[in-house]
Design a protein around this ligand. Structure first.
Ligand code: GAR
Length: 212
């Protein structure tokens, strides 16, 4: 049973999906710690309601000293004997310090089908590009932003009347499916490319008959 920390900056809906999945007796990871870099991160309340230890490690008092902020995070992770870190809407770029320390043990969820659309505003950019498929990716974190080895992806169709909010909502529902699945696969030590236990979950396109 891996001890997992989830790092958040805001809403925490992916955190909620991980907490819900980890309630299952046979889930191979336990959410042992939630760290937020913002005291007003709504996800903190979710963690507290679930009885999970929370810490706010606000980046602002560090006045731009990213290494010192990350050292504080790393110390918090060590104190709680954390083995795996999940970034879930953690909206700060990490330096090689934390990334190197957690290499192979830090996951991120990103709202696009990487390598398409790294960075911000992915839904608006997918619409502007005329993409017909969009989605989300869980990947290992490496020094280059949004580019580490891919653990899981889910695709959704872009519909003719989509705006960024509608598309984001459809993608988010799939984020909540693949993040718990990817964490479970990672925690059990299966190679990233191993067949999924349920391929439908990794490719949750609607039936062909349901497509426009
Ligand atoms: C999610 O859509 C996640 O993929 C995205 O932020 C949102 C957080 O929502 N992450 C990034 O854009 C990271 N580059 P949540 O707080 O409700 O999980």
């Amino acid at each position: 049973m891996k001890r997992v920390a989830v790092l958040i900056s805001g809403r925490g809906s992916n955190l909620g999906a991980l907490i819900a999945a980890a309630r299952a007796a046979d889930y191979p990871a336990r959410i042992a710690l939630v760290i937020a870099n913002r005291p007003d991160a709504a996800g903190l309340a979710l963690a507290e309601a679930a009885g999970i230890t929370t810490r706010v490690i606000d980046h602002r008092p560090f006045r731009g000293d990213r290494a010192a902020h990350e050292a504080a995070i790393d110390a918090g992770l060590a104190e709680e004997r954390i083995e795996t870190v999940c970034l879930a809407g953690y909206m700060r770029l990490l330096t090689p310090l934390l990334v190197g320390r957690w290499a192979g043990r830090m996951l991120n969820i990103h709202p696009s089908l990487l390598p398409a659309f790294p960075g911000l505003d992915t839904h608006a950019r997918a619409l502007a590009a005329g993409a017909k498929l969009h989605g989300c990716t869980v990947h290992l974190v490496t020094e280059t932003m949004d580019s580490g080895p891919i653990l899981a992806q889910a695709a959704v169709p872009v519909l003719p009347d989509d705006d960024a909010d509608r598309l984001a909502a459809r993608v988010l529902a799939q984020e909540h499916v693949i993040y718990p699945l990817a964490l479970a696969l990672h925690a059990t030590g299966r190679p990233a490319r191993s067949p999924a236990p349920d391929a439908r979950l990794l490719n949750p396109l609607p039936d062909a008959s349901a497509r426009p």
